[in-house]
Structure formats: C-alpha cells, structure tokens
Design a protein around this ligand. Structure first.
Ligand code: PMP
Length: 426
C-alpha cells in the first residue's frame, strides 16, 4: 500500500473509495466498543478478589493497636504510611494516606491552596488576581479539568522525549509569579508512557521560581505499572528538591486505583515533613480521618513493594498482549503510510497516537459513527483543545483482545480515510 503522499489525485480517490467500502462493512455490524477511558478489565479486577475476605473480626487492630472501626488518625494508619513510603521512596513521616482517590487529594490540595495558601504563601492563591499552572501536554485530562473548574489559567508546555520542555518551563517560572504550579505524570506518563530523565528531575528541583510558593504536582500514578521487565529509573524528586534547597517544592501523589480496584483503592500523598505537617493541620479541619478499614485490607493484601511488583506482573500478563496487539496493528496498517506516529510504552495505561495535523477530531468522530468510542480528541490538552488537532489517546486495557482488534481496525481505517480526505482537500 505504501506512503499515501506518493499517490496522485486519482489514485487517492480510488484508495478512498476502497476504504469507504470497508467502513460501510463495519457500519453494518452495529458495533458498540468503548476505548475511551483507561479502566482495568474484569479479569484484572479478579486479581484483587482477596480484598473482599482478607479482613475479619479478629483482625481489627493496627500495629499501633488502634481499632480500625473507630475514628482517628488523620494521616492514615501506620502500616499504610509504611507501604506508601516504600512505593514512593520517601520516609513514612512524609506520607499522608487518604481516601479512595488521589485525584480528590489533588483537587483538595489546590482548593486549600486557593482558600488558605500553601506553606510559603504570603496569602491564599484565591486572593491573587490570577493563578496559572503549567500543563505539559499531551497530559491527563482530569488534571486540566481541575484547573478549569477552579478558574486556574493553563499554559500548555510541549512534551519532549524525556519529559516536558524544561527550557520553556524555566523561562516562564523565572519571570511570572502568577505561575503557582505544574502538573507532572513523571513515570509512564499519561498518555505517552514517557519517564522523565534525571536531568529533567534535577532541573525541576533546582530551577528558580519567581513565586516563592510554587509547587510541583508530581502525580506518580503509574509508578509500579510496568509492562516489561525493564523498569526505567525515575530520580527521586523529593530528595532532589531537598538537595537543591527547595524541600517544600513538591507534592507527590499516588494510589492503588489500578493496582486493586479503581474507586475503591487507597490514595496517598507525600511531601517534606514540614509540608506534610502544614497540610495535616489544614486537613484536620476537613476530616476526622480516612477509611482505615480499606487501608488495612490493602496493606494486608499488598504487603510490601516486592509483593506489589509480583502482583503487577499478573496485571502485565493480562494487558501486555493488548498493548502488543495495538502496536502490531498500528504498525501493519499504518506503518508504511507516513500519516501517523505513536508511542511504544513500557508501562502505564495508554498509547498516544498522532495523526496528521487537523485530523484527530474527525478520526474520533468517524470511529464513533461506526460504534467505536475513543477518548475525545483534544482531551489530552488544556481546555480540551489540541492546537494541532492530532493527538488521540488509545486505552487498550478494558476491551477483550477480539474487541480491541476490531476497534483498532476501525481506528486505522478512520485515520487513513481522514488523512486521504485532507490530502485531497489541500
Ligand atoms: N492520575 C493519573 C495520571 C491517572 O491516569 C489517573 C487515573 N486514570 C488518576 C490519577 C486517578 O487516580 P485515582 O483513582 O487515585 O483518583
């Protein structure tokens, strides 16, 4: 089939009509497939079924002899703090274990910053004429949704091969004290699967910021979500910030959502001890404490980092074939056509596809018209607007292999049709 750019107009028209025939075939099948969100499949959820039975009335006490059925402990139970400290490579005193969602912890952290300020603020962010966040993109749509809903202006930062464009970030934060924060998914980033290099981590830790209370929102959501045995090293941001004399610059977040049960997992945040104490003071007006029953059953089930890594291998056995299938099909159906490029992640939950500029929204629309729902085009950028209209996030984990094959066939077909149409119109 080959590079479509070498075809003349009549060849393009002929190619398009062949693709249209295939498209009509898919349409007649009345498909209903959903690849829009990164959800674990039912067989992944089955891996954590023991969570339902691991606690009983004989196991109601924490190591500190606290009864998990009663109030108390705003920072989480000691064994859950120990576990997250191991996962995040920080000290237990630097960990606050929360409820069922890290996104809630991020939203609450920003809400409190707006209402009360963070450590080093001279006033609440909400009292300032403008608050801005840097948003490496493509990125996680729900980070951007938090900013949009709280009226924080978002500035798009390009993602490069080893993390966000640090030259741009350093330039902006050194000049503008309205820039109070940045979103980062530093390991197996959503959606590209990139892990930040040591240099990027160092530059984050050492850079000069005009705002004294600038914070990095380091969302380490995929820190244990390996797809292969090659685990990239992510430099410890909290240690790097301490070494650079900015110990209070970073808030780290994580959860067990995609380790056990999304929506019923355990979330945590980590920060310097001083930062954590500051947060806990504010937090104790917000809650008497988190769900300790869920925390204890997670600790009993997940045990320690070695055991989590074993558990994550079982996830990988289930989802790696799905990633492989998507990558194989993208390669065989689009590889030689010079119309698309895509990420080849070693972990995380997504594959990021770039179509020719100006095509992504139309591709997503065409796929939807034959019953294949993809993540909304533009969702991976602030305000839902991809300036190049080219990025599509593929979430391969939920559908079965058979469903995934059909969905990717439809996606590849749609990419080809829209690309050819664009060439014909240009
Ligand atoms: N951060 C990132 C980068 C994610 O991709 C997700 C889930 N899709 C979350 C956070 C949500 O985590 P939680 O369920 O703990 O709110």
């Amino acid at each position: 089939m080959g590079d479509i750019h070498t075809l003349d107009k009549s060849e393009l028209v002929e190619r398009y009509s062949k693709l249209e025939e295939k498209y009509a075939e898919f349409k007649s099948k009345n498909l209903s497939l959903d690849m829009s969100r990164g959800k674990p499949s039912p067989d992944q959820l089955d891996l954590s079924s023991d969570l339902f039975s691991i606690l009983n009335t004989n196991t109601l006490k924490t190591v500190d002899n606290n009864d998990i059925r009663n109030y108390g402990g705003v920072d989480g139970i000691r064994e859950a703090k120990d576990l997250f400290a191991e996962i995040l490579h920080v000290r237990p005193a630097e960990v606050i274990v929360g409820g069922n969602s890290s996104l809630t912890m991020m939203y609450d952290t920003i809400s409190r910053a707006l209402l009360k300020g963070v450590l080093d603020s001279d006033r609440p962010w909400g009292k300032l004429p403008k608050v801005k966040f840097l948003c490496p993109s493509p990125g996680y749509d729900r980070h951007f949704a938090i900013c949009e809903s709280l009226n924080i202006e978002m500035i798009t930062i390009d993602m490069l091969d080893d993390g966000p464009d640090m030259n741009k970030i350093e330039e902006l934060v050194s000049k503008d004290d309205a820039i109070k924060g940045i979103w980062c998914v530093p390991k197996y980033s959503n959606p590209e699967g990139i892990t930040y290099s040591d240099e990027v981590v160092n530059r984050f830790a050492t850079m000069k910021t005009k705002a004294e209370d600038f914070k990095i929102f380091w969302d380490d959501a995929y820190t244990v979500h390996h797809l292969t045995n090659e685990h990239p090293h992510l430099k410890n941001i909290l240690q790097a910030c301490k070494d650079a004399g900015h110990p209070n610059r970073v808030f780290i977040f994580a959860s067990t959502s995609k380790i056990t049960f999304p929506g019923s997992g355990v979330a945590a945040m980590a920060a310097s001890e001083e930062n954590s104490q500051f947060i806990l003071e504010q937090l104790s007006a917000q809650t008497i404490g988190p769900d300790k029953i869920n925390q204890l059953r997670h600790v009993r089930f997940l045990k320690n980092l070695d055991h989590i890594n074993e558990h994550m291998k079982k996830h990988a056995e289930l989802i790696k074939p799905k990633f492989d299938l998507v990558l194989r099909e993208l390669d065989s159906q689009l590889g030689d056509k010079h119309i698309a490029s895509w990420s080849k992640p070693n972990g995380g939950y997504f594959i990021s596809l770039n179509t020719p500029d100006g095509c992504a929204a139309e591709v997503v629309k065409r796929a939807a018209e034959v019953g294949v729902k993809l993540t909304k085009a533009g969702a991976t950028f602030p305000y839902g607007k991809d300036p190049k209209d080219r990025n599509i996030r593929i979430a391969p984990t939920y559908p079965s292999l058979a469903e995934l094959k059909v969905a990717i066939d439809v996606l590849c077909l749609s990419v080809q049709m829209v690309s050819i149409k664009k060439l014909l119109n240009d």
